[in-house]
Design a protein around this ligand. Structure first.
Ligand code: NDP
Ligand code: 8X3
Length: 261
């Protein structure tokens, strides 16, 4: 029997939420080897152990990476161990929101962190990973956008701007990387219950919990299943842009907290 081709996937921000769920889902699919990175390396090491309980054969390389640091991104990606130097799939997932304030009351530190992570970090990683996709038979980049990249909601200002930038970069990558045969897809979720709101509200867990009160949000696993679906289409099929929300959500801010199931 022909052995399935095992593809190498680099997932940024895999220490939590959607990135973490993608790592677990892809490992369970048994057709991927994983490069997992984030700032919290202890979490990545724990995740690797957890994954090996599901799939002991899954090859995993964990490494610390702050996507905001251009020099660190260049050095780390260029110095990956030789057996990890061909990358088939890049999942640009690392990202965050900080604050939810009207534009005149926004904090410059919050703005800088969002712009540096969501836009510049995604660019730095992509720039240095694309050359490692040269030998891949089915190169593919998946960018984590958001409903916030499709519409602007009150006080979402800078976060929405960063995700609109991801939307634009997703389209730009599809054009610029076409000649190299690299597929480029965006997954744009609405509300997903992860550490996202806790990070947005600077550790205020009560306020974070209230975001998902009386409705069923998406889970990281819901998004990871979609990522797996997108990745598992035949090479000639590309899902360019996918918007997914909880059934209880109609727009970035209009939600129904009275649905019973
Ligand atoms: P989490 O906060 O649970 O996870 C965010 C991940 O990003 C963590 O693993 C974190 O790792 C990583 N990260 C943050 N900053 C950096 C950095 N400077 N360098 C490297 N990694 C970093 O949130 P989600 O899983 O929800 O978010 C994942 C992506 O999904 C983000 O791009 C977010 O904008 C997007 N998204 C989320 C939605 C939601 O409702 N949750 C909806 C739509 C899109 P560490 O802190 O260890 O570095
Ligand atoms: C995260 C979802 O609705 O807070 O991107 O913008 S939302």
């Amino acid at each position: 029997m022909e052995q399935p081709h095992i593809r190498s996937v680099l997932i940024t921000g895999s220490s939590s939420g959607i990135g973490r769920a993608c790592a677990i889902e892809l490992a369970a699919a048994k057709q991927y080897r994983l490069l997992l990175c984030a700032r919290r390396i202890d979490r990545l090491e724990a995740l690797a152990k957890e994954i090996h309980e599901i799939n002991p054969d899954c090859e995993i390389h964990t490494f610390k990476l702050d996507v905001r640091n251009a020099e660190e991104v260049e050095t780390t990606i260029n110095n990956l161990p030789v057996e990890w130097k061909t990358i088939d799939i890049l999942i640009n997932n690392a990202g965050l929101s900080q604050g939810l304030d009207p534009i005149d009351q926004g904090k410059i530190g919050d703005w800088d962190r969002m712009i540096d992570t969501n836009i510049k970090g995604l660019l730095y990683v992509t720039k240095h990973v694309v050359p490692l996709m040269g030998k891949s038979k089915q190169p593919h980049i998946i960018n984590l956008g958001s409903i916030a990249g499709k519409e602007v909601y009150p006080n979402g200002n800078v976060y929405c701007a960063t995700k609109h930038a991801v939307d634009a970069l997703n389209k730009a990558m599809r054009i610029d990387l076409l000649d190299q045969g690299i597929k480029v897809s965006a997954i744009n979720p609405g509300m997903v219950e992860t550490e996202f709101s806790e990070v947005r509200f600077h550790g205020d867990t009560e306020r974070a919990k209230a975001v998902y009160r009386d409705l069923t949000p998406l889970s990281g696993k819901d998004i990871a299943e979609i990522v797996l679906f997108v990745l598992s289409r035949p090479y000639h099929v590309n899902i360019n842009d996918l918007l997914v929300m909880p059934s209880a959500q109609a727009t970035g801010t209009i939600v129904n907290r009275n649905i019973k199931n």
